[in-house]
Design a protein around this ligand. Structure first.
Ligand code: CA
Length: 371
């Protein structure tokens, strides 16, 4: 079967998922249950490397769900073993490992690979950009996924959306941010484009893996950090290391997590298994957002009720300046890189159309809750 054929089929399908399987994937088991191999048939074994600590809530459990779903949907014909960050390869080598075929599958976030191509950042999160709902609209129906496949094609990789955190939080701060001057010299753990924006605003972005954040914040090595949102931040205990919890996550308005598939390995599979792999990513994409939406709701309440935590909004004046720096960075890259320019045009054309629709639907509806 030609690659274009399976990509088309995998992209369009969504109906093969039965209700029993949907019920199963809502569980967040600590490890994927192995599905018994079919009698007499060939069993294919794949490895999945991930950028997350093993079993980490939402991110790691999403990777586990992906492996389990592929096993279940294939009737045990394709079995996937999950490796946490550092177990088979370090977190930041997941892209290379899947590209080279060390593992057939990977789970991570595209903005980690901006060193390979800066355009990868569009497929994870852009400051002041698309929300989770809009990312899925752009990827699945607005041409975004085709652009993503084009960007990863030279690396022998087929990407898929395989999770979303929803709107993140601006992060944990050990000082108040009342005006732009308060960002001067602020040492903050913040990756990607958000970090570049902070730098232009006078701050000092610091890169560090999730596992080092708590100690760095507590010791004062950094003044602030972003991680994900209440559900994940509580799991790291960040509320015990800083007082001010700012919103919204201007830098990550709906971060897409990714499934990375080695193209040669995918093409060796029969057509039905290819479709199962791509559609399992799609199920996990939706289920992870549901897990975050639920987990964040419970965790935020716990943080609001904590007398040692002060949940507050970033000042509009500060956000306005950060938004201006974001636009400058996007425009500068467009002038330098024609691929970046083409993706930016597609991305921002959709934002422009979507904003009015969101205003009269989601935004207007949420406003009625406080009537
Ligand atoms: Ca984040």
């Amino acid at each position: 079967m030609k690659r274009r054929d399976f990509l088309g089929k995998a992209g369009a399908a969504g109906a093969l998922i039965g209700s029993g399987l949907l019920a199963g994937c809502q569980q967040t088991d600590t490890a994927p249950a192995a599905t018994p191999a079919p009698a007499g048939g060939e069993t294919i074994h794949w490895k999945m490397v991930t950028t997350w600590p093993k079993n980490f809530p939402g991110l790691g459990t999403g990777a586990n769900n992906l492996a389990r779903l592929i096993g279940e949907l294939s009737g045990g014909r394709l079995q996937v073993k999950v490796f946490g960050a550092g177990e088979l390869v370090p977190a930041m080598q997941v892209f290379d490992a899947v590209s080279q075929g060390t593992a057939e599958l990977g789970h991570g976030a595209a903005y980690y690979w901006k060193g390979k191509t800066p355009t990868a950042q569009f497929f994870a999160a852009v400051p002041f950009g698309l929300t989770a709902q809009e990312m899925n609209a752009w990827l699945y129906h607005g041409g975004g996924l085709e652009l993503w496949r084009e960007v990863y094609e030279p690396f022998g990789l087929v990407p898929a959306a395989a999770g979303n955190s929803g709107v993140q939080m601006a992060g944990w701060f050990n000082r108040e941010i009342n005006e732009l001057a308060d960002l001067q010299g602020l040492k903050m753990r913040i990756p990607g484009l958000g970090g570049e924006v902070l730098q232009r605003a006078g701050g000092t972005p610091v890169q560090m893996p999730g596992g080092e954040i708590f100690t760095s914040l507590q010791s004062g090595a950094i003044d602030a950090t972003e991680w994900v949102g209440p559900y994940n931040d509580l799991a790291f205990g960040l509320h015990k290391a800083a007082k001010y919890y700012y919103y919204p996550g201007w830098h990550e308005p709906g971060t897409t997590l990714e499934g990375l598939v080695n193209r040669a390995a995918l093409e060796r599979l029969p057509a039905d298994l290819q479709s199962i792999v791509m559609n399992a990513c799609r199920v996990v994409n939706e289920d992870m957002l549901a897990e975050y939406t639920h987990g964040n709701a419970l965790a935020l309440q716990q943080l609001i009720d904590d007398p040692d935590v002060d949940v507050r909004p970033f000042p509009d004046d500060v956000l306005r300046v950060l938004k201006g720096h974001t636009q400058d960075i996007v425009d500068e890259l467009s002038a330098k890189d024609p691929v970046w320019k083409r993706i930016a045009e597609s991305y921002y054309a959709f934002i422009e159309k979507s904003t009015e629709n969101q205003r009269v639907t989601e935004v207007a509806n949420l406003a009625t809750r406080s009537l």
